[in-house]
Design a protein around this ligand. Sequence first.
Ligand code: PTJ
Length: 248
Amino acid sequence: MSDIEVPESHPRYQSLLTRHRIEDGVEKGITSPQGLIAQGRGEAFDYLLGERTLPSVDRAERVAAAHLLRARHPVLSVNGNVAALVPDELITLAEATGADLEVNLFNRTEERIHAIVDHLREHGACEVKGTTADERIPGLDHERAKVDADGIYDADVVLVPLEDGDRAQALAEMGKTELVIDLNPLSRSPQTAAVPIIDNVIRALPNITTHARDLADASSDQLDDVIAGFDPETVLTETERAIRTGGD
Ligand code: PTJ
């Protein structure tokens, strides 16, 4: 047994554990109530994908690791769902790639920003950005536009897990490379991302970290070779096909 009263042998163990974490996140004021709905949408796509990381997605995760290592200033954007689901994994990836962590919320409240910052600190994060919000992403009229001048605003590579749409495009228009984790290949954010990662954030983050550790000693030229020739369309097409047919 783990932190929920379900045996690990239960066929839906992982999914039930994930739901419990989101529920807990809502209770602690970390996750927005809408996060429960987002989780349900994600679960449905994951079920259809066979709850696995497809080979083309694993390649995208390696490319994402190379981008983070190659970046001048990489930032991992944190919302209420990922803070509840994968706090340790976010911190580990930030450490492996030298990335900053920045809280950026769709349903932004100062209370929730501070609750997430505290939660990440309790999990061992040293610095968490997102409280200053002294800059704006041009062209966005909602709360996600609020970013730190020395965080996402300055970043050249941003990892965005579970986005809801138009920020991906706005960040791309600012010349940033966006790496998007989202289980729905038809969603607007993976469709506009430089690197769409159609995977559950629970599998994706540790896998990107594994690739980053593997590439830790690679030269800039070697990282560029990993990135070169990557075709985002292939990932979107293959994952959509897998969802529709249940195949690879
Ligand atoms: O904490 P906030 O205020 O920033 O709000 C965050 C949510 C996620 C509630 C907000 O961004 C939202 O409403 O998002 P959407 O529009 O529901 O989109 C979430 C996307 O993430 C959907 O395409 C889901 O399929 C996908 N998704 C959900 N859970 C996971 C996921 N993708 C990867 N891993 C998951 N565990």
